[in-house]
Design a protein around this ligand. Structure first.
Ligand SMILES: NC(=O)c1ccc[n+]([C@@H]2O[C@H](COP(=O)([O-])OP(=O)(O)OC[C@H]3O[C@@H](n4cnc5c(N)ncnc54)[C@H](O)[C@@H]3O)[C@@H](O)[C@H]2O)c1
Length: 315
């Protein structure tokens, strides 16, 4: 059986559905914490409260359900982590350690944990960021992601636990709204365009950041999980890239669909400084070579699909 922690989150809600389609609903345990699961997940298969800051509860869940694989998605995202560093430490650092340790003490064979572009910092080359480069993040979220990558690689080399991870960029989706990340403006811009033809952006118009559409994010996690381990040189720290755009470029693309849309700017210094410390684009040749990574969506196909689906949902 496969456990997905953080199943109520932006990525978890979509990953659980895809895993249940592939492996049968009864084989996917949706781990929830404080946020309730959407009906689609709560009613379609097993679910269980899983608090990753509680090692004993975590371990007994793994043993009781006979879990053999974990997609560990519980996390406190970048902007929220900066406003509550204790909780960020508890979930993003202690929680990751607890999951890896409980996996080792049970029958888990593989753990997949997303890292993030936040694992880089201002000392890192910002364009075509290499897979293996300087990582000195200046946020507690970024620090926790470097910890996650290093600890994942450590559990693999020291104990032979098959831990894998990739550095997701801003993930854009219409089903579940994102929580307090720095790239959330992109999703919010679509909501603004559809609901009231306007949006106030908290990042500068020229802030270039890497982004990915949710179907590609799900594909990346599943393809990495399915990869033949003998082909992997890296394990918990793959760059994956799909596209780069700025708020101003996204505005132009949305205007092609909704000419009435307009955007104003009210810069949030915290989120702007976080965004300025992140890469604009990534060299993902290691992921392409070692497990065949290739995204399906570019900016135009993302914008058209996202706008249409969100419009159907909201109107
Ligand atoms: N969404 C993005 O744009 C993005 C980008 C890069 C990396 N990531 C990474 O992908 C993963 C999933 O992200 P997401 O966007 O779905 O996050 P999210 O914030 O939408 O969901 C995270 C979930 O973690 C749960 N959680 C919080 N504390 C917990 C605890 N103590 N025990 C168990 N669960 C707890 C929350 O209830 C929430 O459902 C995270 O590791 C995140 O860092 C996401």
């Amino acid at each position: 059986m496969i456990l997905v922690t953080g199943s109520a989150g932006q990525i978890g809600t979509e990953l659980v559905v895809e895993l249940r389609n592939r492996h049968g609903p009864e084989n996917i345990l949706a781990g929830k914490h404080r946020t309730p699961l959407p009906d689609e997940i709560a009613s379609s298969g097993p679910s269980q409260i899983v608090d990753v800051s509680d090692p004993e509860q975590l371990k007994s869940t793994l043993l009781n359900y006979g879990i053999t694989k974990i997609f560990h998605l519980s996390s406190i995202l970048s902007a929220l982590a900066e406003s509550d560093i204790q909780r960020a430490h508890q979930v993003n650092i202690n929680g990751v350690f607890n999951v890896l340790n409980a996996a080792l003490e049970s029958n888990v064979e593989q753990v997949i944990i997303p890292s993030s572009i936040a694992a880089f910092g201002t000392d890192t080359p910002r364009e075509l960021t290499p897979n293996d480069t300087i990582q000195r993040p200046s946020t507690v979220y970024g620090i926790s992601k470097v910890f996650t990558e290093l600890m994942g690689n450590y559990f693999y080399s020291r104990f032979g636990l098959d831990v894998r991870g990739l550095r997701l960029p801003g993930v854009i989706s219409w089903k579940t709204e994102p929580t307090a990340g720095t790239t959330d403006y992109a999703v919010a811009m679509f909501y603004g365009a559809i609901v009231g033809d306007k949006y106030e952006c908290y990042l500068r118009p020229d802030t270039a950041l890497p982004m990915m559409y949710m179907p590609d994010a799900i594909k990346s996690l599943l393809d990495l999980s399915d990869a033949n381990i003998t082909n992997l040189v890296h394990h918990s720290d793959f760059n994956v890239h799909a596209m780069t755009f700025t708020p101003s470029e996204l505005e132009k693309a949305i205007k092609k669909i909704n000419p009435k849309f307009h955007i104003t700017y009210n810069i949030d210094p915290l989120r702007q400084s976080i965004a300025d410390s992140w890469p604009a684009s990534l060299d993902d040749s290691a992921a392409r070579k070692e497990w065949g990574w290739k995204p399906d969506f570019d900016m135009d196909s993302l914008v058209n699909d996202m706008y249409q689906n969100l419009e159907n949902k909201l109107i």
